[in-house]
Write a protein that binds this ligand. Structure first.
Ligand SMILES: C[S@@+](CC[C@H](N)C(=O)[O-])C[C@H]1O[C@@H](n2cnc3c(N)ncnc32)[C@H](O)[C@@H]1O
Length: 291
């Protein structure tokens, strides 16, 4: 049974104010990796069809952020209209004020749990995209989110989703965990997502199949978080990204010492921050006719 949605601002990663505050810095760090993931996702979509260059193709991007995916789509498909939606007006502002802005990318504030409304009409899209955003939700499967996304699609339309893979090799979080426990051995790093959430590609793949999508294809890609030491330290300590902020708030010890330990790890283990592993999981599926 679907659970009652809770207000977005009460979810740690769906609070529009938090993302508004971070918006101007997003492309300095996470946006670089999400762009690489988006590029792989577009290739996976192309392997499934229908074509994004078809004259009637129309795409929507849910949780579009600063447009990592939308700008790639616009560059690759010169006729494709793209509706970029997000819960954070500040993130969408970055799309509108980007030097890459084009009238073919329009924006609309929307909660991806209930995306239909305004220009996001039921059955209007050949492609529904979402990259690195669905994990912000508490329980995408339980809340019936993919069924809502399917309603946006025409029959045979394609859904394409990217997620961060939060396993033990996820560099940004491994660095935090190692630094924090070196300073405070009793520190317990809270789980990155609630139990039962989509931490990896197999959960994403089975979520799509359970929601009734056909021809599901999934893959994992290494995109890295290779920001260099200075870039990583800025992202973690200064950028206001909700994820590192949440980690910092969970730690009751001396964060200055964690900061120093993090620098040491970046130097000694992560090639001065030039090689920080980060995987993305990508999956696509088709809405069956009559579904
Ligand atoms: C990690 S960013 C990903 C942005 C972009 N898709 C990318 O790949 O770079 C997560 C985005 O999801 C948005 N978001 C979080 N919860 C949301 C919700 N309930 N509805 C719509 N967008 C949401 C945030 O505002 C943020 O822009």
């Amino acid at each position: 049974m679907a659970t009652e949605p809770i207000p977005a601002e009460k979810l740690p990663f769906s609070d529009p104010n938090a993302w508004d505050n971070h918006a101007k810095k997003y492309d300095d760090a996470a946006g670089r990796s999400s762009r690489l993931g988006s590029s792989h996702l577009i290739s996976l979509v192309e392997s499934l069809g229908p074509s994004l260059s078809a004259p009637d193709a129309r795409a929507i991007d849910l949780g579009a952020g600063t447009g990592s995916l939308a700008f790639l789509l616009a560059a690759k498909y010169p006729e494709l209209p793209i509706l970029a939606t997000d819960i954070s007006p500040g993130m969408l502002d970055q799309i509108q004020t980007s030097p890459l802005a084009t009238p073919r990318i329009t924006t609309q504030v929307a909660d991806m749990r209930t995306p239909i409304g305004g220009d996001a009409e039921e059955g209007a899209f050949s492609h529904v995209f979402s990259t690195m955003a669905i994990q912000a939700l508490r329980d995408p499967a339980g809340e019936g989110v993919l069924a809502e996304w399917a309603r946006l699609l025409r029959p045979d339309g394609v859904v394409a989703i990217g997620i961060w893979i939060f396993d033990e090799d996820c560099g940004p979080h491994a660095i935090w965990q190692q630094a924090a426990t070196a300073v405070e051995p009793s520190y317990v790093n809270p789980p990155l997502l609630p139990p039962g959430h989509w931490l990896g590609v197999s959960e994403l793949e089975s979520g799509l199949k359970t929601a009734g999508f056909a021809d599901v294809k999934a893959e994992i890609q290494q995109v890295g978080f290779d920001l260099g030491k200075e870039g990583f330290m800025k992202w973690f300590w200064e950028s206001g990204n909700p994820s590192p902020l949440e980690r910092q708030q969970s730690f009751k010890g001396d964060l200055t010492r964690v900061n120093m330990e993090m620098e040491r790890l970046l130097d000694e283990v992560y090639d001065e921050g030039r090689r920080i592993p980060l995987l993305v999981g990508l999956a696509v599926g088709r809405k069956p006719r009559g579904h």
